[in-house]
Design a protein around this ligand. Structure first.
Ligand code: CTP
Length: 446
């Protein structure tokens, strides 16, 4: 019996796939189809499959062409499968020509001509077709534009900013200094204007019937944030808080581990986020366009605190060193939270530097995330006995931005909010920023 194996994602099964499977089957007597898992696809850069693994398996099964279906979960599995299953022929489409020649050592390798004019990528793009407009600061926009290119069907189609940046990517886009004009041309906006403008820009977009992905804080008070979520719900629109770290796989897993009891009961969370690149403490720096340390860093820094302990803290204090108090620019702020079951400390700074670590302490051990923890692909779970320590690595591409765009696009397509940052957390973040602006429970030092 000649055993044949072939691999693929088989998202939104199309006739190109069916023709491939028919010809693969004809090469032998028994056909095994390896279908990629969602996690494995993510590491290969296929980040927005339309269908889940189970649905993709069901579709291939339905064709009746596969005698057996297996799941491909890791790099290097092909060799293991070929040996384990006693494969005679490995085959894939000619888009992979030459790339699997190394398997000739184990079995015969056959490349079958790819069917022209159809692909899952094109079908996904056809299905989503989301035009996003960018609102505000040019530097971050460039990152977003580059990341959006990885998401099938999403197109950045214009920029609104009162001042144009000189990045070439931005220059190629439609640009306007009239917000309404941008809103007329898009289905959704990514708001990255100055924090005090977030509420206004988000509200205008929602009122115009556009979905919104907004940098945190979404508003300057809890009430305003709540009002925006209510408006979005009323108009059947998606409003999402853009904290990219929430979408980093390693971050997501470590939060689950902390909450799942891996280190016992969590007693404290210590978070540090600092950067000096904005130069806010340098003599003569124009502070009028700068985000302060609180808006620049506190939303992401508070995320693990709120995700682990919740938003019902008993007490909260700010300790702040201002760079320019009249412009509300803080060089450094420490926020202490007291909860019934633990405490948290958040240090944020754009005018001071410290190690950007995250440490979650528990009754049995602790989770250590090295700097810069907010774009982490790695963390350790450590115990009293170092032999019990464990290290975890999860690939991170594009700092989480592309996964965030995928979640946003999927939420819009399905009409269900798929944000990894809950509405309660979004509101709590806005509330804290508001408290800081109002100097509530704030101790200042020189
Ligand atoms: N295939 C083919 N002809 C096509 C599309 C795919 O012969 N028009 C083959 C591929 O070469 C591969 C198998 O079908 O052997 C599964 O391919 P997969 O990557 O799942 O499909 P694509 O449509 O190429 O998906 P994408 O656009 O996401 O790359």
């Amino acid at each position: 019996m000649v055993k044949v194996i072939t691999y693929g994602t088989y998202d939104m099964l199309h006739y190109g796939h069916i023709r491939l499977l028919e010809r693969a089957k004809a090469l032998g007597d028994y056909l095994i189809v390896g279908i990629t898992s969602d996690d494995y696809d993510k590491t290969r850069g296929k980040i927005n499959n339309h269908l889940s693994l189970i649905e993709r398996i069901a579709a291939v099964k339905e064709t009746g062409l596969a005698d057996e279906i297996i799941v491909e979960e890791y790099e290097g599995q092909k060799i293991d499968d070929i040996r384990r299953l006693g494969i005679d022929i490995f085959t894939v489409g000619s888009d992979w020509e030459g790339q699997f020649d190394y398997l000739n050592e184990y079995c015969k390798v056959v490349y079958l001509p790819r069917t022209q004019g159809i692909s899952s990528s094109d079908m996904r793009a056809e299905k989503i077709k989301l035009r996003i407009g960018l609102v505000g600061s040019a530097v971050f926009q460039t990152k977003f534009i580059n990341e959006a290119k990885y998401v099938n069907g999403v197109k950045v189609s214009g920029v609104y900013a009162s001042r144009m940046g000189d990045e070439p990517e931005v220059q190629n886009l439609f640009y306007t200094d009239n917000y309404k004009e941008l809103l007329d041309r898009v289905d959704a906006v990514y708001v990255i204007s100055k924090p005090e403008k977030h509420y206004e820009h988000t509200k205008m977009a929602l009122e115009a019937g556009k979905h919104v992905l907004c940098e945190s804080p979404i508003a300057y008070t809890k009430e305003q944030c709540r009002e925006l979520y209510a408006l979005a719900a009323k108009k059947d629109l998606i409003l999402m808080d853009a904290i990219k770290t929430a979408y980093a796989t390693a971050y997501e897993r470590l939060i689950f581990m902390a909450k799942g009891g891996k280190i016992g009961k969590v007693v404290s969370v210590d978070v540090v986020c600092t950067s000096l690149r904005d130069g806010i403490s340098l003599e003569g720096t124009d502070l009028s366009n700068k985000w302060n340390s609180m808006c620049g860093w506190a939303p992401v820094a508070m995320l693990p605190v709120f995700q682990i302990f919740g938003t019902n803290y008993k007490d909260r204090k700010f300790y702040t060193k201002f760079q320019d108090k009249s412009k509300n620019i803080d060089a450094f702020t420490k926020i202490d939270f007291v909860y019934p079951s633990g405490i948290a400390s958040v240090k944020v700074a754009k005018g001071a530097k410290a190690e950007g670590e995250l440490v979650i302490a528990g009754t049995k051990g602790y989770i250590y995330v090295p700097a810069p923890w907010w774009k982490t692909d790695y963390f350790e779970v450590r115990y009293e006995n170092p032999e019990d320590n464990k290290r975890f690595f999860y690939q991170l591409d594009g700092e989480g931005i592309r996964y965030e765009i995928v979640a946003f696009a999927k939420a819009i397509e399905s009409g269900k909010n798929m944000s990894y940052v809950s509405k309660e957390i979004s509101e709590a973040i806005s509330g804290i920023i508001g408290n800081f602006n109002d100097r509530i429970n704030l101790i200042e030092f020189e």
